[in-house]
Design a protein around this ligand. Structure first.
Ligand SMILES: [Zn+2]
Length: 342
């Protein structure tokens, strides 16, 4: 098969289009002909190399995949079925898996990260339980753009923060994958959404997605604007993934009893916390990573019925994966960048 691989860590130039061995199926696994694969920041971090994380080389990235079932070593799978893939791979038999918290499995892996070659290729293999059939009217590009960010945003808002109808939510970086998903999910559940972005064009798009008020994080102080817009109350929930650059402002934006949920630290992992504010305002700081297979099936229902839709920024041919990653690294996008592997 053709695949984009890297043999050493570095910049986008280490990505090479080349021949790679076809995946070999073990019992219970399914081979999928990839039609589209969406990018995530994880792809960039693993290409650059992460401290304390061993990435087997050469490596194929890609966590968000849609395509057709080509072959199966599992029973009851229709060859030719159009599918999108659950990005989380787990053991299926430990207490966490059996209690429905498969993303807390000690052997949890994300497709395209570490030991599971991903979707920057013509073929990918996954356990049969990672298949999600998609309806005819959903195209491969949109299907590939959906799973990881909508699963992440759903788990943050609904499971970790326990969002309640009528609450105020601040979503950072509306143009990011998690941002565009979180705005839509929060608005759908009756929240008043405040969103930030770095340009007027992106702020307009955030409004179109359901944001009630928008804040330019390059020209305005996020916390000061939130206090002004909420009559000095603050928001009930902050959806964080930016990290060091915004952490202090995110904490200052919280109302009494507010919850800050974070799923990433794109600008760095060190944030400070005023412990007086933490206890006196009864704040909660919550970590969040991916979500369960059941949650993805639940949020996918809203996708398949047209109530949620991933925003597509741009598609690139598989061969231009390096250019696609450059666009993501430069934060030029609004929504998901997708590789077309047809
Ligand atoms: Zn497990």
């Amino acid at each position: 098969m053709k695949a984009i691989r890297f043999h050493e860590h570095g910049g986008p130039e280490v990505l090479r289009l080349e021949d790679a061995p076809d995946p070999e199926l073990a019992p219970g696994e399914v081979l999928v002909r990839v039609r589209a694969c969406a990018l995530n920041h994880l792809d960039i971090w693993e290409r650059q190399g992460l401290p304390r994380v061993q990435i087997p080389l050469p490596h194929i990235s890609g966590s968000d995949v849609a395509g057709d079932v080509m072959a199966s070593a599992a029973r009851d799978v229709a060859i030719g079925q159009r599918v999108m893939l659950q990005p989380g791979v787990s053991c299926g038999r430990c207490p966490a898996c059996l209690e429905g918290r498969d993303h807390e499995c000690p052997r949890y892996e994300v497709l395209g990260y570490r030991n599971h070659p991903g979707g920057y290729a013509q073929l990918v293999k996954v356990p049969v339980q990672n298949l999600i059939p998609i309806p005819e009217e959903i195209d491969y590009v949109r299907a590939a753009a959906f799973p990881l960010t909508f699963l992440t945003a759903w788990h943050m808002l609904m499971t970790r923060a326990r969002l309640v109808r009528g609450e105020d939510v601040l979503v950072l970086a509306a143009g990011s994958g998690v941002g565009q998903a979180a705005i839509q999910i929060a608005a759908l559940h009756g929240a008043r959404v405040f969103a930030t972005a770095g340009s007027d064009a992106k702020l307009e798009r955030a409004r179109a997605l359901g944001a009630f008020e928008v804040i330019n994080h390059h020209t305005q102080d996020i916390a000061a604007e939130i206090m002004r817009l909420t009559n000095r109350r603050g928001v009930d929930v902050v959806i964080e993934h930016v990290g060091e650059a915004t952490w202090a402002k995110s904490v200052r934006s919280l109302a009494r009893g507010g919850r800050l949920v974070t799923c990433g630290a794109t600008t760095g992992g060190h944030g400070t916390l005023d412990l007086h504010a933490l206890f006196a305002k009864q704040l909660s700081v919550l970590g969040s990573y991916m979500g369960t297979k059941g949650e993805l099936l639940r949020v996918a229902r809203y996708f398949f019925t047209g109530q949620l839709a991933p925003v597509i920024d741009r598609t690139y041919p598989l061969a231009d994966a390096a250019d696609a990653q450059r666009r993501l690294e430069q934060s030029g996008q609004f929504g998901k960048i997708v590789l077309d592997v047809s």
